[in-house]
Every structure is written in structure tokens, then in C-alpha cells.
Design a binder for this molecule. Structure first.
Ligand code: NAD
Ligand code: FE2
Length: 372
């Protein structure tokens, strides 16, 4: 059984300037980013690379339509390296640019996932503290024809180098900090409960949970600005969680969140959050033992409460970071419940196989219904 998969070299710099100097950015590089991230940190360096701003191709998280437009725009450009400087949206698009053959479009890549190969070197600098995507081989795209988000997975999509530069997170708005760090927490928890968890992934899962929840306790006590001195911890915690779920996988929380993200465009971390504690309680209702009982005990020790209250106290702490909305507030209705539950079963088996306990279509529908 695979114990720990970690392909990229991992680099760390305090500043963007140190990164640019050491990595010798050249005219053969394409930097995929957002203007409002690139300009303040790299603009004055006048780097020779081609810079592509994702927002010129559509708003929000990546869809097949957006990625196809970017692929078309770079056709014929000479490019040895793709350098992603951004959140999960930018990173997941860059992974596609690194493997897409000339002329290929997103549907072709999903059709031929098993045969993808690395065509360009990929370097990733995350600017949020959530996805851990800099160390995983998955790209999550909204397949607009199917109405849900799906993972494109290939060993060819591993970056050659993941580069952590906490300076890049200094401009992160509070809302994105909150949703992305909750995503990282969910990665840590789902990978800890996965049947594919190993003693190695477990170390990363547990440390990520501890760093994120301790950080949240400081922010609950001292206010949102207290996050500024914690950004390096949150960036490293999200990277740890990425290393854990890169081997052990994510599960039902992610699976249930995808139709919500795909249909109502709820940011990824927020859609995970909307079903997170409800999924943990659904597991507990089926079986309260093993890794789930260990998780409850661990959370209880961090949250200073009894084991039986751990999931509720976790919900309380998270709601101090980001108020929890009902699914109705995103536009979801009763009629979506059976449709979403059946879509999860049909399109998210990659994730559902990592559930702590199997959840039936009825149990998945009940989770959605409890959060409506
Ligand atoms: N491939 C994986 O392993 C994986 C894992 C989890 C999530 N994801 C995907 O990642 C996406 C979500 O990524 P995310 O949570 O990082 O958010 P994001 O990349 O969608 O960014 C959210 C917003 O914050 C802005 N932003 C990002 N960094 C900033 C900074 N430093 N300063 C100012 N603004 C900044 C972005 O431009 C964007 O407008 C989803 O599409 C999700 O499905 C992928
Ligand atoms: Fe995620």
C-alpha cells in the first residue's frame, strides 16, 4: 500500500524577489496569475516572462469554458515552464496547461486521463492557505455540461517545484483566508479518516488540524487582523494537509460540495464548510469507533471539551471564523436534494471510496436536507 506520495521539490522564500532571482525567470516562461496579485509583488521587477491574467478569461473558479479559452490563447507560444502564482483556481488551470497537447480541449483530457504526459515544467506558488494543490496531482474543473465539478487526475500534473512564499498571502482578503483555510482543515480531517490513511499521512493530517484550529482560536480571541502574523503557519498547514490528502484522498465532504459549487458557484472552501460537520455526524450515526473516535478525542483535547461535544464545539469555532449559511441561502431547494444526491453517486466515486463508512444515496440526501 502506498504510504506517502510526494513528487515536487519543496522550496521556501521569505520574499518574491528571492524566488524570482533564484528561479531565473526567462522569456520562455508563462506566468499564470491574477493582475492584482502579480502587480504588487512582481510588477516592479519587469520580468521577461509572458504573463497571462486568468480574470481576462472569466470570473470565479475554473470551468471547462475558461480553461479552453486560456488554452486557445497560448497556442503557438514558446513555453518551457508554466509558473502558477495564485490560489487553487490559478493552480488547477496551470496543471492543465502543463499537460495539454497542442489543440486539445478539456473534454479531450478527461477522456484520455490515463495517457496524459507532462509537456511543460510546472512551478507552483500558492497565494491562499487552502488547497494544498501545489503538492497534489489533481485539477478540479467545473464541467459545465455535467453541472458539477470533477477531478482530472494524472501523475503528469505534479509540479516539479512547489514554492512557499508567505509574503504572497499578505494581500489575502479575510473572506478568502477563511474559506481557503477551512478547505485545508477539511483536507486534514478527510485524509485522517480515509481508509487510505497511513502513519505518514496521519502525521501531516494531525499537525495541520492542530495548526489551523490553534490559529482560529487566536483569531476568535483577538479578531481577524490577528491572522496577519499567522500566515506562514496557515500556509505550511495547508501544505501539510495537501501532502496528507495527496496520498490518503478526500471523501464525502468534498463529494457533496461539488454539485453545490458547480450549480450555485459557492466558493470551494465554503461549500465544503456547508456540509462538513453534518457529514461527520452522519458517519458517527453509522459507526462511532476507530479513527472517527480518535478524531473526536483529538478535537476534544484541542477544543477543551468532552468527546461527545467535539463536533459541536468545532462548529462553534468555525462559525466564529465564517458564519455558517443554510444551503437555501445559496439557492438550493428541496428538488435539488435527490438530484444532487444522485449526481454525487454518479460522478464522485473517486472520493466516496475514501469515506469513513459508506453513505447511501438516502444518507447523502439526508445530509443535504439537514442543511437546507
Ligand atoms: N487540485 C487540488 O488539489 C484542489 C484542492 C482543493 C481545492 N481545489 C480547487 O481550488 C479552487 C479554490 O481555490 P482557493 O480557495 O485557493 O481560491 P481561489 O484560487 O478561487 O481564489 C479566490 C479569490 O481570491 C483571490 N486571491 C487569491 N490569492 C490572493 C492574494 N494573495 N491576494 C489577493 N487576492 C487573492 C483570487 O484571485 C480569487 O478572486 C477551487 O476551484 C477548488 O475546487 C483544488
Ligand atoms: Fe478542497
Amino acid at each position: 500500500m502506498l504510504q506517502l506520495q510526494f513528487k515536487p521539490e519543496l522550496h521556501y522564500f521569505d520574499t518574491c524577489r528571492e524566488f524570482a532571482e533564484q528561479f531565473r525567470i526567462s522569456a520562455d516562461d508563462i506566468i499564470l496569475t491574477n493582475k492584482y496579485i502579480y502587480e504588487p509583488f512582481f510588477g516592479s521587477m519587469n520580468l521577461p516572462a509572458s504573463v497571462v491574467y486568468q480574470e481576462a478569461f472569466g470570473a470565479g473558479e475554473p470551468s471547462d469554458v475558461m480553461v479552453n479559452a486560456i488554452l486557445e490563447s497560448i497556442e503557438g507560444k514558446s513555453c518551457r515552464r508554466v509558473i502558477a502564482v495564485g490560489g487553487g483556481t490559478i493552480i488547477d488551470i496551470a496543471k492543465v496547461l502543463a499537460v495539454a497537447p497542442e489543440g486539445a480541449r478539456v473534454d479531450d483530457l478527461y477522456r484520455d486521463m490515463a495517457n496524459l504526459s507532462a509537456r511543460r515544467e510546472l512551478i507552483i506558488l500558492p497565494t491562499t492557505c487552502g488547497t494544498g494543490s501545489e503538492v497534489t496531482n489533481i485539477s478540479i474543473l467545473n464541467r459545465t455540461t455535467l453541472g458539477t465539478k470533477m477531478g482530472l487526475v494524472s501523475p503528469a500534473m505534479f509540479a516539479s517545484k512547489a514554492v512557499l512564499v508567505p509574503e504572497l498571502l499578505s494581500s489575502l482578503p479575510y473572506g478568502v483566508f477563511a474559506t481557503s483555510s477551512i478547505d485545508a482543515l477539511v483536507h486534514a480531517v478527510e485524509s485522517a479518516l480515509s481508509p487510505r490513511a497511513t502513519p505518514y499521512t496521519h502525521i501531516f493530517s494531525v499537525k495541520a488540524m492542530e495548526m489551523i484550529l490553534r490559529g482560529y482560536q487566536v483569531i476568535r480571541r483577538d479578531g481577524p487582523q490577528a491572522r496577519e502574523s499567522l500566515m506562514k503557519d496557515f500556509l505550511i498547514a495547508s501544505n501539510f494537509a495537501g501532502l496528507a490528502f495527496g496520498t490518503a484522498g478526500c471523501a464525502a465532504v468534498h463529494a457533496l460540495s461539488y454539485p453545490l459549487g458547480g450549480t450555485y458557484h459557492v466558493p470551494h472552501g465554503e461549500s465544503n464548510y456547508s456540509v462538513f460537520v453534518a457529514v461527520l455526524k452522519a458517519y458517527r450515526a453509522v459507526r462511532n469507533d476507530g479513527r472517527l473516535a480518535e478524531l473526536e478525542a483529538f478535537l476534544a483535547s484541542l477544543l477543551d471539551c468532552g468527546k461527545d461535544e467535539a463536533f459541536d464545539r468545532l462548529g462553534d469555532l468555525l462559525s466564529a471564523i465564517l458564519p455558517l449559511k443554510r444551503l437555501r441561502e445559496y439557492g438550493m431547494t428541496e428538488t435539488d436534494v435527490p438530484a444532487f444526491a444522485s449526481s454525487v453517486l454518479a460522478t464522485q466515486q473517486r472520493l466516496l471510496r475514501n469515506n469513513y463508512v459508506p453513505l447511501s444515496e438516502e444518507q447523502i440526501a439526508a445530509v443535504y436536507a439537514s442543511r437546507l
